[in-house]
Design a protein around this ligand. Structure first.
Ligand code: AMP
Length: 468
């Protein structure tokens, strides 16, 4: 699949006051979902104005660029840097002028039938400017509105056409909609503010704005928010959902609650399960910050072992995962994480990370711990072995990059230089998340995809047809 990937965060606010500051604050809270670019669009009663650019929220939306923006309805987006095209070019929200006014869209997820739909519509004369599935969605909504003029009917028709992962914050002139794909792959929740409502990828942003979380957007649901009410166009039938387990294990903030399950609690459960599945005779348990922290706390509680912080993370270091070559990634890990010698020296240590993809991070960290004097280094992992690419918005798309595809667990242990290595089992992971396996997307660890992917095993899903 070409084109930008959407491993991102979205927000939408409607209120009795200017929402610009609220949008900016919410984006800062969900900044971990994307650091490549940020943007906001607001409707001032006449038109939609947009500010977006490359960089963190602070850089992309500086005071001088947003202080003149004004609107009581608006949406925002943070975008993750991946290989599909970095920088301001791909920043969202994406805006288009249509016969029905201006449409602004912020998208988290990836459409799996994007190429097919794009080709089909191009054959009918449609023209596209980008390689982005976000543009396709706006285009389809506009076309459908041309038939019916009713945005909800148009969205519903588009949802019947598109497949894959999409959590959308959509503004048509001043009307604000939140939309979640029928599988509920990416999160989206509704919050009540003092004098309005919001939607956001993560609940922690609602609390940061002084609001209360109302509920998650139900998979397959369209919500329309005004400052006074939330209208719901909810599915009447239910298909098995496919919530992405990796949101809880790695991606989301620990203080967010998604689909009824708090991330911090789930991560602690992961640690507890690991302690039962792969106990170890060690002196202390150490997290790999940041996502490994709650996992390690759970392990320490369950095993009764002491918990220590033995790695200091340089919070200003760049993301190592997305660097283009192995040497650069290894070098970057060394400057990102530094062991605390007094904690490590002469100790038998157990470290926990959320996942192994290529093995780069752990190979380097295990070596650094030994150099700092650790006598034994044991490794536990909060995801089962990752063996299959993600087509739903997580940046793991190349089968070749997965170390677990080429090596057994014992070979991986040897490659990373650990004394022992234990991955959580799929069953243990499902228990830790606390949602039945039939409602989780586990494609990257079991190879079964919730939507049809060419050449891949397909986990059967009934298509949700009567959405409204
Ligand atoms: P690797 O070093 O290639 O084994 O990648 C695993 C490390 O990268 C772990 O420390 C994870 O926290 C992190 N990680 C895993 N998946 C992703 C992703 N899709 N994007 C960014 N970081 C990730």
């Amino acid at each position: 699949m070409s084109g930008p990937r959407h491993y991102c965060g979205v927000v939408g606010i409607t209120a009795g006051h200017n929402v610009v500051a609220g949008l900016q604050k919410a984006l800062m809270i969900i900044q971990h979902r994307g650091q490549d670019s940020a943007g906001i669009s607001v409707f001032d009663g006449n038109a939609i104005s947009t500010v977006k650019d490359a960089g963190l929220v602070q850089t992309a939306l500086p005071k001088e660029r947003i202080e003149n923006l004004n609107g009581n309805v608006g949406i925002g987006h943070v975008r993750y840097a991946t290989t599909g095209g970095k920088g301001g070019m791909n920043a969202q929200p994406m805006i288009m002028t249509t016969a029905f006014g201006m449409i602004a869209l912020a998208h988290n997820g990836d459409l799996t039938n994007y190429e097919k739909l794009k080709t089909a519509y191009m054959a009918k004369g449609a023209a596209f400017q980008t390689d982005s599935d976000t543009e396709l969605i706006i285009n389809l909504i506009s076309r459908r509105m041309g038939q019916d003029q009713d945005p909800v009917k148009a969205i519903k028709a588009v949802m019947a056409e598109i497949e894959g992962a999409y959590a959308l914050s959509l503004m048509i002139n001043g009307r604000l909609f939140g939309i979640r794909d029928p599988l509920g792959i990416r999160p989206l929740c509704i919050g009540k503010l003092d004098d309005g409502y919001m939607i956001c990828s993560e609940s922690s942003a609602v609390y940061a704005l002084g609001g209360e979380v109302v509920r998650d957007v139900v998979p397959g649901e369209i919500v329309e928010l005004t400052k006074d009410i939330v209208k719901s166009y909810a599915p009447t039938n239910r298909i098995p959902y496919a919530h992405c387990y990796f949101e809880w294990v790695y991606f989301a903030r620990p203080d967010s609650v998604m689909d009824g399950r708090e991330v911090y609690e789930v991560r602690k459960n992961v640690g507890r399960v690991l302690a039962r599945e792969h106990p170890a005779d060690v002196d202390l348990v150490m997290p790999i910050p940041d996502s490994g922290r709650a996992h390690a706390i759970g392990f320490a509680i369950e095993s009764g072992l002491p918990y220590e912080e033995g790695f200091m993370k340089n919070r200003f270091a760049e993301r190592t995962f997305i660097l283009p070559d192995q040497a650069a990634r290894e070098k970057a890990v060394s400057s990102k994480m530094i062991p605390i010698k007094s904690t490590v020296n002469g100790k038998r240590i157990l470290i926990i990370d959320d996942s192994i993809v290529r093995g780069t991070t752990l190979k380097r960290l295990v070596t650094m711990l030994r150099e700092a004097g650790a006598t034994e280094v044991h490794v536990r992992i909060g995801s089962p072995p990752i063996i299959a690419p993600c087509f739903y918005g997580i940046d793991m798309k190349n089968r070749e990059q997965f170390i677990a595809n080429k090596h057994t667990v014992d070979e991986i242990r040897e490659i990373i230089g650990a004394d022992s290595l234990g991955y959580i089992s799929i069953q243990g992971l499902v228990e830790a998340v606390g949602i039945p396996a039939s409602d989780l997307c586990l494609a990257c660890v079991n190879g079964k995809y919730p939507t049809k992917i060419e050449g891949e095993e397909h986990r059967y899903q009934t298509k949700l047809t009567d959405i409204l």
